[in-house]
Ligand binder design. Structure first.
Ligand code: HEM
Length: 406
């Protein structure tokens, strides 16, 4: 099953699906609220027509929140007004420019030594745990914290409360992209409310601090406090937990031996980067993303009614996965244009394309490489870990390893 079809199955059976550019009606009685689009050309078409296919639903809870959870959020004046990822108005371009100023190609490239330093430190922690306890969880030891530290440093924000930040990020992902029942919603809403209050405090402090930081720049751009909090809430999750999840899946698949690359390959920059790109294309941490039809429009030959919610498959579609003897490329696709189709969609496309794409790829590559270099002789301790499977996020929760017996 592909990520999008797993997500669709979890939400109910797929109502319609796009194969090629055709949309095929499926079971009318099913409850999946999404039009699932899998064909890469159709996905790209949707992403590049923001006035027809709006991102306004990007941050709407997949499972409508019940009264008790809503009251907890209202209690802290929690609100996510459209600012960046879900903004379909003309203000998006100016705000995006402010945020992009913190992730320029030059800034990201200059961060590589710092990323490597953090990666080496994290890998040594894992090595120490292996020595002391005989096992280590690579998600906690190497994947979890470096992306959060790097993100906060790039944004000019204090590096503090990291364990809370990680927990808040995972909880908010589940609240907005998962299928929690009423009691779980309540737990998650308390966590999201705590996160929101923390962000509001940080926004207030940052606007008074001396140096350059994202929140201050957004205030200078004219954003209100609720708008800055909304952007901060999205970015402090999207800017680090997605990368943690990409690293976790890459480490797991390499150690499992289910990628075209082996653990030893990952000890080089090129080998690690190839493994990271393979995971991005085959089972990215963000396998799907949403859009909603802003007006009656068409996709290929089919009409799409205004208000139709769309689930785009960005990764994991068998026809977009690398060729192998068991699944050769379709005759109309060359290896070259196929790679371009694949990789160019995993971070979205068009005016909302991910602003952290280069950073995420660099972080994942360096962290996987340093882990494979420092721990050449390890093996999976748990080959069937629990996974995070949400509408738009996925990764193993743990990558538990022991020393290899060779
Ligand atoms: C493996 C890691 C990551 C993946 C797979 C990923 C994927 C995505 C996707 C699919 C989108 C939606 C694109 C669209 O609507 O066309 C997005 C948006 C975004 N991402 Fe990422 N992302 C990752 C890491 C990051 C990082 C590290 C940052 C920043 C530190 C970041 C910042 C953003 C921002 C700001 C947006 C919204 C852009 C806009 O609406 O203009 N992401 N990302």
């Amino acid at each position: 099953m592909t990520p999008a079809s797993m997500a669709a199955a979890a939400a109910g059976a797929a109502r319609t699906k796009a194969e090629g550019s055709r949309l095929t009606p499926a079971d009318e009685s099913s409850r999946c609220p999404y039009l699932v689009v899998r064909n890469p050309a159709a996905v790209r078409d949707v992403l590049q027509r923001p006035s027809d296919f709006s991102p306004a639903n990007a941050l709407i809870a997949v499972t409508p929140l019940d009264g008790p959870a809503l009251r907890v959020l209202q209690g802290v004046r929690f609100a996510l007004p459209p600012v960046l990822a879900s903004n379909d108005t003309a203000t998006h371009a100016g705000i995006r420019k402010v945020v992009a100023g913190f992730f320029t190609p030059a800034t990201v490239a200059a961060m590589e030594p710092r990323i490597r330093e953090l990666a080496q430190e994290a890998a040594r922690t894992a090595a120490d745990q292996l020595e002391s306890f005989g096992s280590a969880d690579l998600v906690q030891a190497v994947a979890a914290f470096p992306p959060a530290v790097v993100m906060l440093e790039l944004l000019g924000l204090p590096v503090q409360d990291l364990p809370d930040l990680k927990q808040w990020g995972r909880d908010s992902m589940e609240l907005f992209w998962g299928w929690p029942d009423e009691s779980r919603q309540l737990e998650l809403a308390h966590s999201a409310a705590g996160f929101y209050v923390w962000i509001r405090q940080l926004v207030a402090e940052s606007s008074k601090s001396a140096g350059r930081n994202l929140f201050k720049s957004l205030a200078e751009h004219g954003l209100s406090t609720p708008e800055i909090c909304s952007l901060g809430y999205f970015l402090l999750i999207a800017g680090q937990e997605t990368t943690t999840q990409l690293i976790s899946t890459t480490l797991f698949r390499l150690l499992e031996g289910s990628t075209p690359f082996v653990w030893d390959d990952a000890a080089s920059h090129a080998g690690s980067n190839a493994a990271v790109r393979h995971v991005l294309v085959s089972e990215s941490s963000v396998p799907t993303w949403r859009r909603v039809a802003a007006q009656d429009t068409n996709l290929g030959d089919e009409t799409v009614a205004a208000g139709t919610e769309i689930l785009l498959e960005l990764s994991g579609n068998p026809i977009t996965s690398p060729a192998s003897p068991e699944s050769p490329l379709p005759p109309w696709q060359t290896d070259q244009n196929k790679q371009a189709t694949n990789f160019s969609l995993v971070f979205g496309a068009g005016i909302h394309r991910c602003l952290g794409a280069k950073l995420a790829e660099l972080e994942a590559t360096v962290i996987v490489q340093e882990t494979a270099t420092t721990l050449p002789l390890i093996q999976l301790h748990d080959r069937e870990p629990e996974w995070i499977h949400l509408l738009s996020f996925q990764a193993p929760r743990t990558v538990s390893v022991t020393k290899a017996i060779r």
